[in-house]
Design a protein around this ligand. Structure first.
Ligand code: GLU
Length: 622
């Protein structure tokens, strides 16, 4: 099997270099003050540098000294400032995430959860932190069922107290700062506190997301007062300040995250989840969250998913996310298809590449839906093994799509040319929200961090007086078994964490980081991350072009593809092979960093999806 030899495409054009140079001289006022920590206490003797140059919003930069990519310019700038002032990748990741809690409040924040994958340059090890929300102790398999046993209406459950899990994000930040970072959490939250207080400029994406949720937000007076001032979404170009959120960050900075897990902030969350404040005439399901649930919560260190791909080491997020497992299986299947056909993925026509990608994705989803959830005994080692992928590749026909749903496989350690067919399992609900950030520092540490409050706008419930939305992560559980008679690992349970698709991923070459990547997008996260990896490493696309490439997401039902595929000649050709594909306007919002191994790095974000992301490097090349 071919191994990756490091022959990667050029990473940026000379036009982009000129943009970068311009950027450095272009002073964009951020309106946020960073308080540098005392020089000797926290910088590990590294010495302070000045603030980072204020950079404009661009999708790709190459340079050295550290890099940050997120969906938002203000957030990336705050992360870059932390790097410039001596913080490491963990510090910058937390500071950037806190800023996203301000500027992307419908996707991220202290009312939600997430997963961090981290490469520590000193030890050469990849670690992860699981900050996934947890269910109340009272949850059972039938919590999301009506008295007659039928599943509750999904949308009704989302915008209610019942969907709210114990927030994991503050605990993840605290753990990351203490165990991986070099600054105190109090310092890392300060720029975001200032940003919340002074406000940010409303862009089209924020206005559109608000408008799309206006009816839901109007159900909850605290949410309407904050996000629908005067009854309408904030105008594009206006300044949106959130003094209540500034107060919440200040509370976490001064009292610590204990305020949320065992103090006043936590009591406010529990009161609102148990008895949501609703507009006259509106009633929603009450939540079951208690202060004991908050006290019991911990962000957890977990061993990463590790698999190999063309001699590279791929690290991803383990259970309760299915992301690391599914991305690994998709990549392993590519190697298996190559072995069966003796035709390299890098050489096939675009339609054949997309066919292979779709077949692998559908197969991986068949397996994750059957086997992966927050339950004991998930056969992780087998699911990410090449032997299992080789057996699963027996379904592959280079000319025809396998009928959906593809049956799940048998990750039992004994692999033949072809396993007997099992039953098929369908897909649960998956909508799209969330945000992903990627950071690298000058010492070689790398962070890939995906965080969410689940749907855009989460449960729709704002904690009164504290300025943040509570998640609806618990509707990521399946409400009832997806297939009668087949065990479902993702049913609700006491203290259980709902299965996620979040896939922050770090790829190492010879033990050193080569690529860090991640995306939002519900279940499409897995396919967006895998497609970006394949586009960059196999198909020879520069990183930003691999991100910009039209996306296809085949998850073992009707496939989804962006218009450039779905309504073009590629879509026609794929349908000719038997693929069933519906058009989706936009899939995912990737950020990524490619590291060259000599201190240089290319950092990239979306050129246009979600209004375009923001990639920044501390010392731009050229
Ligand atoms: N809740 C989803 C998950 O954990 C992410 C939300 C989204 O991206 O829509 O997979």
């Amino acid at each position: 099997m071919a191994s990756f030899r490091g022959t990667l495409p050029a990473t940026h054009s000379s036009a982009r270099t000129r943009v970068t140079r311009l950027a450095v001289t272009c002073a964009v006022a951020l309106g946020v003050t960073l308080t540098a920590p005392p020089a000797t206490a926290d910088d590990g003797g590294r010495g302070w540098h000045g603030p980072a140059p204020a950079l404009p919003k661009v999708a790709v930069m190459t340079g050295s000294g550290g890099a940050v990519a997120s969906v938002d310019r203000d957030a990336s700038q705050i992360g870059l400032d932390v790097l410039a002032r001596g913080g490491n990748a963990a510090d910058a990741a937390v500071a950037t995430a806190a800023a996203l809690g301000v500027t992307e409040p419908y996707s991220a924040g202290i009312g939600g959860g997430g997963f961090l994958v981290y490469y520590d340059a000193k030890t050469g090890r990849v670690t992860t932190i699981d900050g996934r929300e947890a269910a109340p102790a009272t949850f059972t398999e039938s919590t999301f069922r009506n008295p007659d046993g039928t599943p509750m209406n999904f949308a009704t459950a989302v915008s209610s107290g019942l969907s709210i899990g114990v927030p994991g994000t503050p605990a993840l930040w605290d753990k990351a700062a203490r165990e991986l970072g070099s600054w105190r959490l109090a310092q890392l939250l300060k720029p975001a506190e200032d940003l919340a207080r002074h406000g940010f400029v409303v862009d089209q994406t924020f206005a559109d997301q608000t408008a799309a949720n206006a009816a839901r937000f109007a159900m909850f007076p605290a949410t309407a007062a904050l996000f629908l001032p005067g009854g309408a979404p904030p105008a594009v170009g206006s300044t949106f300040a959130n003094p209540d959120l500034a107060k919440a960050y200040r509370e976490l900075r001064t009292a610590g995250v204990g305020s949320l897990y065992a103090g006043p902030l936590g009591r406010a969350i529990v009161a609102e989840a148990q008895n949501p404040s609703t507009a006259p005439g509106v009633s929603v399901y009450a939540g079951q969250l208690t202060t004991a649930d908050l006290r019991a919560y911990q962000a957890l260190s977990r061993a990463p998913i590790h698999s190999t791909y063309r001699g590279l080491d791929v690290y991803g997020m383990p259970v309760p996310s299915s992301g690391g497992i599914a991305v690994a299986e998709i990549l392993n299947l590519q190697e298996a298809y190559e072995a069966r056909t003796s035709v390299a993925l890098s050489t096939v026509a675009e339609v054949d590449y997309l066919h292979r990608f779709a077949e692998a994705s559908a197969t991986a989803f068949a397996d994750r839906n059957r086997y992966v959830g927050d339950v004991p005994g998930v056969p992780v080692g087998e699911l990410v093994s090449q032997g299992f992928a080789d057996e699963r590749a027996c379904l592959f026909d280079p000319a025809h799509a396998a009928a959906r749903p593809i049956p799940f496989g048998s990750p039992d350690g004994g692999y033949a040319a072809c396993a007997p067919a099992a039953a098929a399992v369908g897909e649960g609900h998956q909508l799209e929200s969330t945000t992903h950030l990627t950071v690298a520092d000058r010492w070689g540490n790398v962070a890939a961090y995906t965080l969410t409050i689940e749907q855009t706008g989460g449960s729709g419930i704002t904690v009164p007086g504290w300025g943040f939305l509570l998640n609806n992560e618990l509707t990521d559980f399946n409400f009832a078994p997806l297939t009668a008679g087949v065990p479902d690992p993702n049913l609700p349970g006491p203290g259980k964490r709902p299965r996620s698709s979040m896939s922050p991923t770090i790829v190492l070459q010879h033990g050193r980081p080569l690529l860090a990547v991640g995306s939002p997008g519900g279940a499409t996260i897995i396919t967006s991350v895998a497609q970006t990896i394949l586009g960059h490493l196999d198909r020879g696309l520069p990183l930003v072009d691999a991100i910009a490439a039209p996306r296809l997401s085949s998850r073992n039902g009707t496939g989804q593809a962006e218009p450039a595929i779905a309504t073009g000649t590629l879509g026609t050709a794929l349908r000719g092979m038997g693929h069933v594909i519906a058009a989706a306007p936009e899939i995912g919002a990737v950020t990524a960093i490619h590291l060259f191994g000599d201190g240089r790095m290319t950092v990239a974000a979306e050129p246009s999806r979600r209004g375009g992301g923001s990639a920044m490097v501390l010392h731009p090349a050229g």
